[in-house]
Write a new protein. Structure first.
Length: 96
């Protein structure tokens, strides 16, 4: 197990088996990068941090999607849109 910064530890898969009880106590302050044959294969973090990161990613995706939609709306013309009936036909959800 090697601490590479204040908040990150690197550990091999073999050592992980024996060190897991110690590591779970540190997960609120540190993340663990699991290595196998010199390559990173996983990251272990607290569930609280995982949820926080997932929420942040979701909010960022919503923000980006909103800006893309706004830009498309501002740069589109009425002829760029199709009506509901045409959409349903194109999707094969309504007979011609």
């Amino acid at each position: 197990m090697v601490q590479i910064s204040d908040d990150t530890i690197i550990i091999g898969t073999t050592e992980l088996r024996t060190e897991m009880p110690k590591l779970t106590k540190k997960l609120d302050e540190q993340k663990v990068i699991v290595m196998s044959r010199g390559k990173p294969v996983a990251v272990i973090e607290s569930f609280k941090n995982y949820l926080k990161n997932e929420k942040l990613i979701d909010e960022f995706e919503d923000w980006v999607a909103g800006h893309i939609a706004k830009e498309r709306f501002e740069n589109s013309k009425p002829e760029d849109y199709i009506d509901h009936e045409t959409l349903m036909k194109r999707l094969g959800l309504k007979d011609e």
